[in-house]
Ligand binder design. Structure first.
Ligand SMILES: NC(=O)C1=CN([C@@H]2O[C@H](COP(=O)(O)OP(=O)(O)OC[C@H]3O[C@@H](n4cnc5c(N)ncnc54)[C@H](O)[C@@H]3O)[C@@H](O)[C@H]2O)[C@@H](O)CC1
Ligand SMILES: Nc1ncnc2c1ncn2[C@@H]1O[C@H](COP(=O)(O)OP(=O)(O)O)[C@@H](O)[C@H]1O
Ligand SMILES: [K+]
Length: 501
């Protein structure tokens, strides 16, 4: 699914109006109709709707929703936030239509004294502002948003939680805290970033039938990964394949007390299909590794507790994943520098591998082209400097991916993948049960495995991130988000591949 800018969404509306063709007010009717259909499917115990409208087209949507709910027999009150300006054309038309209903309960909010009493069981429909927001809310609008947020009632936002910017940070601004966001036609950037988690609640994308022809006219710049895209990347195993067909992966990691990380990566690498997997670990981890991952071969550093010296012939490996649990000892940093100089194919670098890189930033420009780095936001900031918000991080990831020819995976609920070429992607799988130490190590193993199997680096990152989250979703269904472990995510890769076949 494409992720469009506010400007593109406006143009898409206009394109639809022209090419379907459909009158703008009828498109609004259709959009609101979809919202009402969704609302009707829910039980809403109080069944009392309070619709808050601005005077733009988002408010227009609110008026149509109110009318349709009224006609369906629900109890509805409408509150229009008054700015002293005339509403948009479609707003005015729909205000008139609402007035024509004999039983419309309509109010205008002109000051905080006229804020209505809101009860906990009420369902608030937030149609104050949508994609037309042009500055942070202030004055009466901001007060109303605060008032509604404090009410404790369930909030359903139409298109966007009011006050939320689509493409820039809204941190510190007055924004509606929605329980559900019914957004039109496509995902928007603001609904994918971690920092907006308090505002967006459950996101439902409603197909309002915008004209598909428009999508052929635009250059794809950011996508939300979906199963269809993943199936295009995934390559089923050939019948006559042998273990040599699926590459030989090397996982480098571990230190005293952190052997679990490299064990998880190693197992994930095998479960994701690598032909052969070798690990390079400090001596203290030998028994641990051989016992917990007997299918993997084990190379052991002479040093007991941390990594120091690799054998010279690392070029023979089809892919190398480095970092899980390896610590940042000076000798381990040196080992990373050796790998960067000696190995010429793309690397996968995670966790302490990234931390070692942060301590030696000039190595970033020396990384083999198309290496895959998988930082979480803190690791990302250590590498590329402090960022005030997620939008800045995403922008920086795009820039650094191009500048250094890297594939950057910024991990989060919707992990973001930036590559030197082509559209950037957000992931759509995964759940909060994966917010547990070790989940990242599993991802390292999966991506290294796919790289070893010959997937191009960006594909390995996209497929890896997607199936990692998908496996997490299977694990959560089986064990609950609370009790699931990264080990369960590894085992659930089996469920993913069974579906993908
Ligand atoms: N045909 C269309 O264009 C469709 C539009 N739709 C709805 O239209 C919305 C966009 O409508 P609009 O472009 O009219 O914009 P909005 O309704 O989001 O808001 C714009 C209005 O609010 C005012 N405003 C913006 N920022 C403000 C601020 N900080 N403080 C106070 N006032 C502010 C503007 O001056 C304008 O009057 C979408 O979010 C969607 O809900 C849907 O009905 C689908 C079809
Ligand atoms: N709430 C969540 N929703 C979806 N995925 C999540 C969530 N929390 C964590 N994850 C995923 O789990 C992994 C965590 O990685 P990381 O932060 O490196 O953890 P660790 O280093 O402890 O293993 C990432 O791939 C991330 O996308
Ligand atoms: K809204």
């Amino acid at each position: 699914m494409q992720i469009l800018s506010a400007e593109q969404i406006r143009t898409w509306d206009q394109f639809t109006i022209q090419h379907e063709p459909v009158a703008s007010v009828d498109l609004m009717e259709r959009a609101a109709g979809k919202c009402v259909r969704w609302l009707k499917e829910k039980p809403w115990p109080g069944k009392k709707f309070r619709v808050f409208c601005g005077k733009g087209n988002n408010g227009g949507d609110g008026l149509v929703i109110a009318r349709l709910l009224l006609q369906a027999g629900y109890s509805v009150s409408v509150f229009i936030l008054e700015f002293g300006k005339l509403g948009s054309e479609d707003f005015q038309i729909n205000l008139q239509r609402l007035h024509e209903l004999p039983f419309a309960d309509l109010h205008f909010i002109q000051s905080s004294e006229t804020f209505p009493v809101v009860e906990q069981g009420d369902v608030l429909i937030d149609a104050l502002f949508g994609s037309g927001l042009n500055k942070p809310l202030e004055g009466l609008s901001a007060q109303l948003v605060q008032y509604l947020n404090d009410s404790g009632a369930t909030v359903v936002s139409i298109d966007l939680p009011s006050g939320l910017f689509i493409e820039k940070s809204s941190l510190g601004n007055a924004v509606i805290k929605a329980n559900h966001t019914l957004t039109f036609q496509c995902y928007k950037l603001c609904l994918l970033v971690q920092e907006n988690a308090p505002f967006i609640g459950e996101v439902v994308v409603l197909d309002i039938g915008l004209h598909p022809g428009y999508l052929q006219e635009i250059v794809e710049s950011q996508l939300l990964l979906d199963e269809k895209m993943i199936r295009k990347i995934f390559r089923p195993r050939q019948r006559f394949a042998h273990k040599g067909s699926f590459g030989h992966a090397l996982i480098i990691g571990g230190s005293y007390g952190k052997m679990g990380a490299v064990v998880l990566s190693t197992k994930a690498c095998m479960y994701a299909g690598a032909g052969l997997t070798t690990t390079f670990i400090p001596n203290c981890g030998y028994v641990v590794m051989q016992t917990s991952a007997p299918e993997a071969m084990c190379l052991v550093d002479e040093e007991e507790k941390h990594l120091t010296n690799l054998p010279d012939d690392i070029e023979k490996f089809s892919a190398i994943g480095i970092g899980p649990g390896m610590g940042i000892h000076a000798q381990t940093q040196h080992l990373l520098s050796f790998v960067i100089r000696r190995y010429h194919k793309p690397l996968v670098i995670d966790a302490d591998g990234l931390n070692c890189l942060s301590l030696n930033k000039d190595w970033i420009s020396q990384l083999p082209p198309y290496s895959i780095l998988t930082p979480h936001p803190k690791e990302f900031d250590r590498l590329f400097g402090e960022h005030a918000n997620d939008f800045e991080r995403i922008q920086k990831a795009r820039q650094k991916a191009k500048e250094h020819k890297l594939v950057l995976v910024l991990k989060s609920h919707h992990s973001f993948i930036a590559a030197p070429e082509g559209p950037c992607c957000f992931n759509s799988t995964g759940n909060a049960g994966m917010a547990k130490g070790g989940s990242g190590d599993v991802l390292t193993g999966v991506v290294t495995s796919l790289l070893a199997q010959g997937y191009p680096p960006k594909d390995a990152a996209m497929l890896g991130v997607y199936i990692h989250g998908w496996a997490g979703d299977f694990a959560a269904r089986k064990f609950s988000m609370e009790a699931m472990l990264p080990s369960h995510t590894i085992e659930a890769l089996a469920d993913v591949f069974l579906v993908l076949q």
